[in-house]
Design a protein around this ligand. Sequence first.
Ligand code: FES
Ligand code: FES
Length: 241
Amino acid sequence: MPNITLSINQQSYMLTDLDPRTTLLDVCRHHLQLTGSKKGCDHGQCGACTMLVNGQRINSCLALAVMHEGDEITTIEGIGTPNSLSDLQQAFIDNDAFQCGYCTPGQICSATALFNEIAQRWPSHVSSDLTAPELIDVQEIAERMSGNICRCSAYPNIINAIQQVIKERGLTRELAAQGSNHNSDKTDGLTGASNTTGVSILSSPEIWSPPPSNITRTSAQTAESPNDAAQAHASLSGAAL
Ligand code: FES
Ligand code: FES
């Protein structure tokens, strides 16, 4: 069993005889009593366990603790305290961006990294122009936060909170200054509005939702009688009646 030292929220923790199969999430929650990070799915699907490793967001339920010796790990406890909230934590309160709060630590860690990604001009899957990732509209934020699920569906207010911080930090103006030589004709993805520098501003009042999936009806969904349904089920499962 290995002994490792982890740096979490700028404190060193030595763990002795650690089972090498222990995840970073379980180390924080069960060994160190840093219970802010939540375990939702334990399968990398919900984002409740999001932490920052060297400033980048990861699903800590999928990361073995032994892989992160020497890294700087930040959990929600390292982002702010009740008496000293980060600007994003305050924005979540201002915008009523949570209900049960279970997903909130992960949302806040994830969005904290999102600001860095935007500042570093990383494009996302929906960036319309890879040479101008400063088009920060609602779709852009929704896509970048798509790894964080909220079962209370507080998404509109979460996006509002993130937009508030982007505005407060002047992030779009920073990017405008960096990219002013190639973005003179850029417009907002939702409203078509552009400011005088040509960089999109966060003015869309609309709440964006992803388009519905294409639904292919199976015979099980269209069956009208119990016999039809039973036959359809058998045909889908490959079983003989
Ligand atoms: S608990 Fe890690 S992604 Fe759900
Ligand atoms: S606030 Fe309840 S899961 Fe997001």
